[in-house]
Structure formats: C-alpha cells, structure tokens
Design a protein around this ligand. Structure first.
Ligand code: AMP
Length: 282
C-alpha cells in the first residue's frame, strides 16, 4: 500500500494504479477508522479493481466552536488498518497541502445542505462539498463510497455530483453498529462511561419508530412522538432534532406514502451524535 501525504505523490501513485486497475473506488474519511469505514473499503474492494482511501480532518467543515483540534488522528493505526484491508493508496495530507496559501475557492450547495446538520453547523456542508470536490478531482474515481450513517451528507454529495456533472457514481452503504445498536462513529470515543451507556437510545428510538411503522403507522407525528419518548428515557440526551423526511428532497413529510427517512441528532454532554433509518412500506 502507498501511504501518501502530498498531492504530487498522489498523482504519481494514481497514475501507476490506473495502469493496472481500470476501475478505481474511493472512500473519503476523516481517519480514526472503525468498522463503518472498513465496510466501505470492503465494498470498494469487492466492486472495484483499485481502492483509494483518504484520511483528512478537513478544517473547512468544522465550525469555530467545534472539535477540530481534539478530533482523533491515530495515523499509524489507520495506516495498519488500510494495509490489512487491502487498500492500494491511503492519502493523508496535512491541511496546508489541501488548502495552500491563497486558497479561495469553495463549493456552496443550496437547499439540501440548509436544514438539519446545515442549520446547526453553519458552513459544515460548504466544507464537506469543497473537500469532496477537491478529492474527486484528484482521485477521479469511478465510484465514491459513503455511509448512510451521515444520511444528509450522502444526499448533499449526490446532488453536488449531479449538479456539477462530475463523472463518478456515489454509492451509499448501510450503517455499521456496535452490538448494542449505537452507530459506529469516531466521536463515540468522546463519550463518558455513562453517556456511552445511554447513547444507544438513538438507535432504540429509531427502532421503536420502525416498529410503529411496520405496525401500520404512516403519519409522521406519532412516529416522532415515539422517538421523543424513547430519547426522553435517556436523561443525558439532549435532542437537537428528529424528523421524518422525503429520502430525496429531505423535506419533512406529514404522511409516508412509500418511503421516508427518520433522522435524529442528539447531544450527550459535548458530543453530538446522529443516526437515521429508512422507513419503507412493504
Ligand atoms: P467520517 O470519517 O466520519 O467523515 O466518515 C467517513 C465515511 O464513513 C462517511 O461516508 C460516513 O458516512 C461513513 N461512516 C461513518 N460511520 C459509519 C458507520 N457506522 N457505518 C457506515 N458508514 C459510516
């Protein structure tokens, strides 16, 4: 595996990779890799001939009061995990390489980046779109793999790719969870023991909504009431939002005709966690 920090080395390594692999898959991450990230790597390895992973804690997607400085950066461990997973290139540049002196160009998406995470984390998707556009230009993958865990992000990226005629496909892969249902996240490491104990409430709330949906409930309000009740049973959880949305437009729906996504975000102390589930009528 090539472990690369500079854009010029990345270009050389990609040229060599492309000579032996016609189809390159790409997994953009912020590092601190866990099984969720590795599931995307495995999917790329199954479907593509070459796999590139980026591990870059992108400063432009963090707000001024957010956890940029304390975000975990276990570079050597990430390198070992990628090596073992059969990754061809791991690109882990410093911020000064991605945003060089005089940097001035950003990708701004309207609409899909505005509600939910966008409303609570000003400029977040501005940074996400910018870094993904830059990475897509560099790697030029056939397919980029994203996790459903960050559902709004997957919608934002899909629309960016379509709107800007980027020549790649976006594939969204299922959420990987801990045994107790908590969606894996690099931020779970911030939770205190008691917060960690209560954090699966997010998943339990979504599972309760799924159950109500399976039993025939098609109105959003009672599903949200079920979610609110379960979250209410975790005293350390402070809900930021819960919503039932159209999977494509992210607009809130009152009734579910065929398909919707239930989105949830809550804070446990200083740690924000997000989760979601698809609700699909059989
Ligand atoms: P991050 O490093 O948090 O920016 O995540 C990088 C990619 O991994 C994103 O596409 C995430 O949606 C995806 N991802 C993160 N956690 C999980 C998970 N638990 N299951 C599946 N994909 C995930």
């Amino acid at each position: 595996m090539e472990f690369i920090a500079s854009i010029s080395d990345l270009k050389d390594a990609l040229e060599a990779l492309r000579r032996r692999s016609a189809k390159v898959g790409f997994v953009p991450t912020m590092g601190a890799l866990h099984e969720g990230h590795l599931s995307l790597v495995r999917r790329s390895r199954e479907e593509m001939e070459g796999t590139v992973v980026s591990a870059f804690v992108n400063p432009t997607q963090f707000g001024p009061a957010e956890d940029l400085d304390k975000y975990p950066r276990p570079v050597e461990r990430d390198r070992e995990l990628c090596e073992k997973a059969g990754v061809d290139i791991l690109f882990a540049p410093p911020a000064s390489e991605m945003y060089q002196a005089g940097y001035a160009t950003y990708v701004l998406q309207e609409r899909y980046s505005e509600p939910f995470e966008g409303a609570l984390r000003t400029g977040h998707f501005h940074g996400v779109c910018t870094v993904c556009a830059k990475l897509f230009c560099l790697v030029r993958p056939a397919v980029a793999y994203f996790g459903q865990k960050d559902y709004q992000q997957s919608v934002v990226i899909r629309h960016m790719v379509k709107d800007l005629n980027m020549d790649l496909e976006v594939r969204v892969c299922p959420i990987v969870r801990e045994e107790d249902g908590l969606a894996m996240s690099s931020r779970n490491a911030y939770l205190s023991a008691e917060e960690r104990r209560q954090a699966p409430a997010l998943h339990r709330a979504l599972a309760a909504a799924e159950q109500a949906f399976a039993a025939g409930e098609r109105s959003a309000a009672p599903l949200l009431a079920v979610i609110g009740k379960v979250i209410g049973e975790a005293p350390l959880a402070q809900m930021d939002y819960a919503a039932v949305v159209n999977p494509e437009s992210l607009r809130e729906v009152r009734r579910i005709e065929t398909e919707a996504v239930a989105l949830i975000a809550a804070r446990f102390g200083k740690t924000r966690l997000i989760d979601n589930t698809k609700l699909t009528a059989k």
